[in-house]
Design a protein around this ligand. Structure first.
Ligand SMILES: C[S@@+](CC[C@H](N)C(=O)[O-])C[C@H]1O[C@@H](n2cnc3c(N)ncnc32)[C@H](O)[C@@H]1O
Length: 217
C-alpha cells in the first residue's frame, strides 16, 4: 500500500504541462560534470556485481555504469526514445511518464540493482514509485538514487525546487522509509573538479546518493 508523504502543494511544479512535451526532443548533453560521473561510476563498480540484472530508471543516452563490467541485462526507462536508443548500455528500454502512471511493466523480484540519476527530483508521486521499486527488486537488491544540486527548476516539484541539499536527502529517505524500506544509506560528498581547476582545489558537482536495500527476509 502506498503511504502518502508529500502534501498536494509539495507535488506542484512551476510548469505543469505534460512532461512528455519537455522531453520530446533529445538532449545529448551530460547533466552532471565529469567529477560527479567518475564518483558515480566508482560507486556502481563497488556495489553492483557483474552478472546483475540492472534497471536504469529515468535514463537518457548515458547510464554511467563501468565499461569493463558485464551485466546480465541492463533495462532502461525514460521519456525520450532517441536518447534511450542511443544509450550503448541498454539491452532494452521502454518509455513511460512516471508522473502519469507509476506501475512498472516488470515482473516481481526480477531486478538485482536499480539506478536513478538526477531523476527523483522530477517525481510528483515518489511514494508510488518507491513501492514499485520494492516490488521489482529481488530481496537483497539495491536501489541507488543519485543526484547533485542542479535541476530543471520548472519541472521539479515544490518539495525539491524549494529545498536544500540536506532536505533532498532527507525527503528521499522519508519517502522510502514510509513505504517500508529500511533506513537507507546516505552519501553527501564534495568532488574535485577535473583538470587544472581541480589541481588548485576547484570543486566539481557535489555528489549525493541514497542507497536503499530491499531486505532478504
Ligand atoms: C536530468 S535527466 C537525467 C538522465 C540520466 N539519468 C542521466 O544521468 O543523464 C532527467 C531524466 O528523468 C527522466 N524523467 C523526467 N521526468 C520524467 C517523468 N515524468 N517520467 C519518467 N521519466 C522522467 C527523463 O528520462 C530524463 O532524461
Amino acid at each position: 500500500m502506498v503511504v502518502p508523504v508529500l502534501s498536494e502543494a509539495e507535488r506542484l511544479k512551476l510548469d505543469p504541462s505534460d512532461d512528455a512535451l519537455f522531453y520530446a526532443h533529445p538532449r545529448f548533453v551530460q547533466h552532471l560534470d565529469g567529477a560527479f560521473r567518475l564518483r558515480l561510476t566508482d560507486l556502481y563498480r563497488q556495489r553492483i556485481p557483474a552478472g546483475s540484472v540492472v534497471l536504469d530508471l529515468m535514463s537518457s543516452w548515458v547510464s554511467h555504469l563501468p565499461e569493463e563490467v558485464a551485466y546480465a541485462e541492463v533495462i532502461g526507462h525514460g521519456l525520450n526514445r532517441q536518447e534511450l536508443e542511443a544509450n550503448p548500455r541498454l539491452d532494452r528500454h521502454w518509455i513511460q511518464n512516471l508522473n502519469r502512471v507509476q506501475s512498472l511493466p516488470l515482473e516481481d523480484s526480477s531486478v538485482d540493482a536499480a539506478l536513478t540519476v538526477a531523476g527523483w527530483q522530477y517525481l510528483q508521486f515518489p511514494e508510488a514509485v518507491a513501492c514499485e521499486l520494492w516490488r521489482v527488486l529481488r530481496p537483497g537488491g539495491q536501489w541507488i538514487i543519485a543526484f547533485s544540486n542542479r535541476m530543471f527548476f520548472q519541472k521539479a516539484p515544490q518539495v525539491w525546487a524549494e529545498a536544500s541539499d540536506q532536505d533532498h536527502l532527507l525527503t528521499v529517505a522519508r519517502v522510502l522509509i514510509a513505504q517500508g524500506w529500511p533506513k537507507p544509506e546516505l552519501i553527501a560528498e564534495s568532488t574535485r573538479a577535473e583538470g587544472p581547476l581541480g589541481w588548485i582545489g576547484g570543486k566539481g558537482d557535489p555528489f549525493f546518493a541514497v542507497i536503499a536495500t530491499r531486505p532478504t527476509q
